[in-house]
Design a protein around this ligand. Structure first.
Ligand SMILES: [Zn+2]
Ligand SMILES: [Zn+2]
Length: 140
């Protein structure tokens, strides 16, 4: 594992691991029902990197859905332990969304926006003092 990595991470069982060579381009949290069902909790916390900056070791399983936007969102997870690892969206080619909880040291994570707050459950909380969007804002 490189000393120059920005971050490293793995699934629960360790069958899939990764290293990341550069800082994230964006960071956000999503309350959509798909993320709730995929994560089993109230939101996903995601850090967005260039796909080229993330080196993945091991095979993931994946599941693709069509989002409200019409874009295809493909979620990758460990086929052995089920741990959520990455997502790719057809609206953002060349970008990969890493599930922040799978990153070994993730204290640096600072969410920049919260999306799908219309689906935020009353028992879950994410910051309200940063941009909050009812749904997915148009791609920037
Ligand atoms: Zn695993
Ligand atoms: Zn979502």
């Amino acid at each position: 594992m490189s000393e120059q990595s920005f971050a490293t991470g793995r699934c629960l069982c360790g069958a899939v691991s990764y290293s990341i060579t550069a800082e994230p381009m964006a960071a956000g949290q999503c309350h959509c029902k798909d993320c709730q069902r995929a994560s089993g909790t109230g939101h996903m916390s995601l850090a967005f990197f260039k796909t080229d900056d993330v080196n993945i070791i091991g095979e993931t399983a994946s599941y693709a859905v069509t989002a409200d936007s019409g874009n295809t969102n493909t979620r990758h997870f460990c086929p052995k332990c089920g741990g959520r690892l990455f997502g790719e969206n057809s609206a953002r080619p060349g970008m990969i969304a890493v599930a922040v909880g799978s990153i070994d040291d993730n204290e640096w994570f600072k969410t920049q926006r919260v999306v799908y707050v219309k689906d935020r459950p009353q028992w879950d909380s994410t910051p309200v003092d940063i941009p909050n969007f009812d749904m997915m804002p148009p791609a920037t």
